[in-house]
Design a protein around this ligand. Structure first.
Ligand SMILES: Cc1cc2nc3c(=O)[nH]c(=O)nc-3n(C[C@H](O)[C@H](O)[C@H](O)COP(=O)(O)O)c2cc1C
Ligand code: SF4
Length: 485
């Protein structure tokens, strides 16, 4: 592969547009940024009973910084304030909140329960206060809470102690987790108990005033693993109907006590086989470019969702389309499209120039990864015009994020542009651009991946290089030591 052009070095939009053309990637990009009432990013949008006041969304961004019993810390509250500062009218989930202790992805993940009510209410209040300050009012502000169970990636008690809860035996991922041959899969009874926890959690979210809950189906966590449970026996595996039973039962339960609470789904709309650093091009502490795991013996591939079974490095949206049709049938109108998993194909999930400590060098220009997610979202939006689509993976666009976001919304590729990593570095980038303020070049996320490397090493997530809050902190000192090793 030819070397990847650093976007930070491209100064003019025309040059960026030319770069896109030279790569042959289809990403819309406007030359001029429109402001105020002319900006497509500031138009409202109504879907079903929900109106969002503008087209800026904050995607869920977890901080690994709650207390050991799952309440927010001062770092968490600050992050939610910054979500409010973004001017976004759609806060998709805030961050992953576990429906029970066992389902936490790390010992500092938030939990939703009686003992965390006050803390979660505080997060919502801090966000609204800041949003009002920036946007003048909270009209059209929709705040959801992302409900999760981490399934295969549970680590509730100690960062160094994985406690996976799996739905089926996976020929590659089981090996990575070192699972013995007799490692148990969750029984149907245990699944039903988790579904009851989702119900309990949704009731609390409703009582706390959240506008919707996201029943998370992405990134390799439990909801997503159901969708690929082709080889599981019993009521929750095998057929499409069985693999989506978890979703239907969660939704039925919520509707029975909270018919007015909106439900959303964040979906990994396609996937690939797991990737790993190419051993032939890796050195200790220096992972090489990503390559797919050997899979010749595993064809047709039966351990993925929306993956081409005969070429599992390629997406196949057939089942994603079926899934969205099911959402429509269930009267779910809020959809957030993402892809893959941070654990086994980060270049698909969060295109970056610099890999996190457990990752690999990009096997492709990260713009291809951005285009893949944007293209899939566009295709799905065209098929389901009545669903409200939030898009993902825009942060790699860096200084050109506002130009692309504006074009994507105007041309109907997506209804709202979701910001992930950029939220940690520069939450108000789109708000600034759409309101005619100059984008602050120095604050733009450069996909250094410290916000992923930190939690992979048991530290809170955050934008260590660009957010002054971390400068000189104990957390930053520890991260520097980890990176030196
Ligand atoms: C530090 C960090 C925390 C994240 N936390 C969550 C989360 O709690 N829930 C979730 O669905 N996605 C989470 N994501 C994924 C992002 O929402 C987003 O999908 C991803 O970063 C790609 O979007 P971007 O290019 O705007 O960063 C996280 C990503 C990062 C880097
Ligand atoms: S650490 Fe900061 S610059 Fe690096 S990817 Fe995360 S948000 Fe972007």
């Amino acid at each position: 592969m030819t070397s990847i052009v650093r976007l930070g070095a491209i100064k003019e939009t025309a040059r960026f547009q030319e770069h896109l053309r030279s790569l042959g990637v289809k990403i819309p990009c406007d030359s001029e940024i429109l402001r105020g009432a002319d900006s497509p990013l500031l138009n409202s949008k109504k879907v079903d009973e929900v109106t969002i006041g503008n087209r800026i969304a904050i995607n869920p961004m977890e901080g690994w910084d709650g207390t050991l019993d799952g309440r927010p810390s001062e770092h968490t509250i600050r992050r939610w304030r910054r979500f409010g500062q973004s001017g976004a009218k759609l806060i998709w989930g805030g961050e992953a909140v576990a429906v029970n202790h066992e389902g936490r992805a790390n010992p500092n993940q938030l939990v939703i329960g009686e003992h965390t009510r006050e803390g979660l209410a505080q997060l919502r209040a801090a966000l609204i206060e800041e949003h009002n300050h920036v946007a003048g009012s909270n009209t059209g502000l929709q705040i959801g809470l992302q409900l999760t169970h981490s399934g295969r990636y549970c680590r509730p008690n100690s960062h160094g102690k994985p406690e996976p809860r799996i739905l089926y035996r996976h020929p590659i991922l089981d090996r990575r987790l070192d699972l013995p041959a007799d490692f148990p899969v969750l029984s149907d009874g245990e699944v039903r108990a988790i579904i009851a926890d989702f119900h309990r959690a949704a009731r609390i979210a409703l009582e706390l005033g959240f506008d919707f809950v996201d029943v998370k189906h992405c990134h390799g966590y439990l909801g997503h693993e159901f969708l690929s449970a082709h080889t599981r026996e019993g009521n929750y595996g095998g057929s499409f109907e069985n693999r989506t039973r978890f979703l239907r039962e969660v939704v039925q339960g919520i509707r029975s006590f909270a018919p007015k609470l909106q439900i959303g789904v964040r979906l990994s709309a396609f996937d690939t086989i797991p990737f790993r650093p190419d051993p032939a091009r890796s050195w200790p502490g220096k992972p090489g470019p990503g390559i797919p795991e050997a899979h010749e013996e595993l064809l047709p591939y039966r351990w993925g969702f929306a993956v081409d079974a005969n070429r599992p490095t390629q997406p196949d949206l057939t089942e994603a389309v079926k899934f969205l049709a099911l959402l429509e049938q269930l009267q779910i109108h809020l959809v957030n499209i993402t892809a893959g998993s941070p654990y086994y194909n980060p270049h698909v999930q969060r295109p970056a120039l610099y890999p996190p400590s457990d990752g690999y060098l990009p096997p492709e220009d990260p713009l291809l990864g951005v285009a893949r997610q944007m293209g899939a979202t566009r295709e799905l939006k065209q098929l389901f015009p009545n669903l409200l689509f939030v898009g993902t993976a825009y942060s790699y666009l860096q200084d050109f994020l506002p130009h692309v976001a504006q074009a994507a919304v105007r041309d109907g590729w997506v209804d709202a542009v979701g910001l992930g990593r950029m939220t940690l570095a520069y939450p108000e980038i789109l708000w600034d651009a759409a309101n005619g303020r100059t984008v602050e070049h120095k604050r733009v996320c450069r996909t250094f991946s410290d916000c992923t490397t930190a939690p992979r090493n048991g530290l809170p997530s955050g934008c260590y290089p660009l957010d002054g809050y971390y400068k000189g902190s104990e957390m930053a000192v520890k991260l520097a030591a980890v990176k030196k090793k």
